[in-house]
Design a protein around this ligand. Structure first.
Ligand code: GDP
Length: 365
């Protein structure tokens, strides 16, 4: 006998008589108030993070990024308690101009290293996010494979505040990620200058992604950025571009010879690869591992981390002093007045600054 569902009349959605269908809308739903998620206590945060709970980690990072003083207070306590569990990762900065292939490359670099085990966090410092109010870097959608990998954690750039503030938050996020067991951390940034310095101040290895251009590729790149690089990699070495990429690599090698030897004693390497086709990825990782072995053996690894810790102490002091000054209500009221007096020629800039600072320090007594 033919199955009734194969007959032409069967529409697939017939409701048998006598059976009452449940209401689609839950009648109680509308009465339910929107429940705010309870914020974890410091202890719960730390416990969750150390267990590697990514949901707890995400919420902690949100607190780190928050400008609310009550959030900051909890965040700072959580960071302090996570510190003993941190410090054990490979921190790698990755920089390149838009279109250089950062997201494509991070996707393949990340998958490659995760095949060997471990966990990878991708963070970002995006100096433009302050203006655009939205961050492009570290966006999950740009790293297709990595974003769905169970051992990865991708977080876009914090968007509020000055570059210094954004960088501090990223540095604090590194600590939380390390406490959560992430043993590789990528910090991505756009190759425009200042943000590189910020990234350089928080990573062990700085990788610069470049493209082969028309032969004058060295012109557009700032000397300071090249000097920071521990490795320069020329992307898109595929198809008809291979020879150009090799040529660019030799230009970079020659240029690097002209720089003074870096403090690390390591000679920065220049490699070509293709992120899109996955060519030359192993060689890049070999270089990174070789670097870590080298600087751990000669003591530079610890030296650099100590220098960075010192740098961040002073950066924190500067940031807090600045915030305390500018957020002071009386100072905020005086600022436009003094500004006008300077513009009118009634006061010099220096006298105006001194009056404001004197007033501030008087209030702090
Ligand atoms: P980002 O702006 O630095 O993050 O760059 P993307 O990763 O978004 O890459 C920019 C463009 O370059 C995209 O269209 C990529 O498909 C392309 N691209 C990235 N890597 C390669 C590569 O190795 N070879 C080629 N031919 N194209 C690539």
């Amino acid at each position: 006998m033919e199955h009734p569902e194969n007959s032409e009349e069967y529409k697939g959605l017939t409701v048998n008589k006598g059976i009452e269908q449940p209401s689609i809308v839950n009648p109680y739903l509308k009465h339910r108030k929107k429940v705010r998620r309870r914020q974890f206590s410091v202890g719960e945060f730390v416990e969750g993070i150390v267990k590697g709970d990514v949901t707890v980690l995400s919420q902690a990072v949100t607190l780190v990024e928050s400008v609310k003083p009550e959030h900051q207070a909890v965040a700072q306590e959580v960071i302090e308690k996570c510190l003993p569990y941190s410090g054990k990762s490979m921190r790698i900065g990755i920089s390149g101009v838009p279109g250089a292939g950062k997201s494509t490359s991070i996707d393949v670099f990340g998958l490659h290293v995760l095949e060997k085990g471990g966990k990878l966090a991708v963070l970002a410092i995006d100096p433009s996010s302050e203006r655009s109010k939205g961050s492009i870097l570290g966006d999950k959608t740009r790293m297709e494979k990595l974003s769905v990998h169970p051992k990865s954690f991708i977080r876009p750039s914090p968007s509020a505040g000055s570059l210094g503030g954004v960088a501090r938050k990223t540095r604090e996020t590194i600590i939380l990620c390390e406490a959560a067991g992430f043993d590789k951390i990528f910090v991505e940034t756009v190759g425009v200058g200042q943000s590189e310095t910020a990234v350089h101040s928080m990573v062990d290895f700085f990788l610069l992604i470049q493209l082969a251009g028309t032969g004058d590729e060295l012109q557009g790149i700032k000397r300071g950025i090249m000097e920071m690089a521990d490795g320069i990699v020329i992307n898109k070495a595929d198809g008809s571009n291979i020879e150009k990429a090799k040529l660019a690599a030799s230009h970079f090698r020659n240029a690097l010879h002209l720089f003074p030897a870096p403090d690390s004693g390591w000679s920065p390497k220049v490699l070509t690869y293709s992120g899109f086709y996955g060519i030359g990825i192993k060689e890049i990782w070999d270089m990174i591992y070789e670097y870590f072995d080298f600087v751990k053996a000669n003591g530079y690894f610890d030296y650099r981390r100590n220098e960075q810790a010192k740098y961040w102490m002073y950066e924190s002091i500067n940031e807090h002093l600045r915030d305390s000054f500018y957020n002071n209500e009386r100072i905020a009221a005086m600022l436009p007045v003094k500004e006008r007096e300077v513009l009118n020629g009634q006061l010099t800039s220096f006298v105006a600054a001194k009056k404001l600072l004197d007033a501030y320090f008087e209030m702090m007594k």
